[in-house]
Write a protein that binds this ligand. Structure first.
Ligand SMILES: [Zn+2]
Length: 162
């Protein structure tokens, strides 16, 4: 091997190294935001699962808000069974009647962040009374990167976490 061959192969090795480093950098630039968003998602507890033991206060409040939606859903299902398969036109119907109606003395639950009923204002029923949507109104769970008006519940889709 001549010295010019060695120089040339060194130069091409350097070039290959530079290309490799650039490729790795590009991959990192592309995957970092995906990784970050996956991490953010991992911090959001699953409303449809049993809670894990080590929750932050924000996570606990978010989870409790999601459970509120499921409690409302359960009351709505009971109401529907008693009312010819139709959901009420407003949530307050759940609290009417003997012993606090379908919600009992608890009434419509409150979001643990606002300590207010954030659900009644958002409740919507389809014209035929067979589907509903309800969500936590406002940007109450932004500490966990949750967008406004979430979590939500859709009678066709179930829990919509974010
Ligand atoms: Zn809430």
């Amino acid at each position: 091997m001549s010295s010019s061959d060695t120089k040339q192969s060194l130069a091409s090795t350097r070039l290959r190294m530079t290309a490799l480093v650039s490729a790795i950098a590009i991959i990192l630039v592309i995957t970092a935001p995906i990784y970050m968003s996956l991490r953010a998602e991992a911090q959001l507890p699953d409303i449809n699962k049993r809670p894990s033991e080590n929750l932050t206060p924000d996570q606990s409040r978010y989870l409790a808000c999601g459970y509120n939606l499921k409690t409302i859903r359960n009351c709505l299902e009971m109401y529907k069974t008693d009312h010819k398969g139709k959901y009420p036109d407003k949530l307050s119907k759940l609290t009417e009647g003997k012993y606090g109606g379908y919600t009992g003395s608890m009434g419509i639950p409150t979001c643990p962040v606002t300590r207010k009923d954030t659900y009644s204002a958002s409740y919507k029923v389809s014209p035929d009374g067979k589907n509903f949507t309800v969500y936590c109104s406002g940007h109450n769970h932004k500490a966990l990167g949750v967008p406004p008006n979430r979590p939500a519940y859709d009678s066709r889709k179930g829990i919509i976490p974010r």
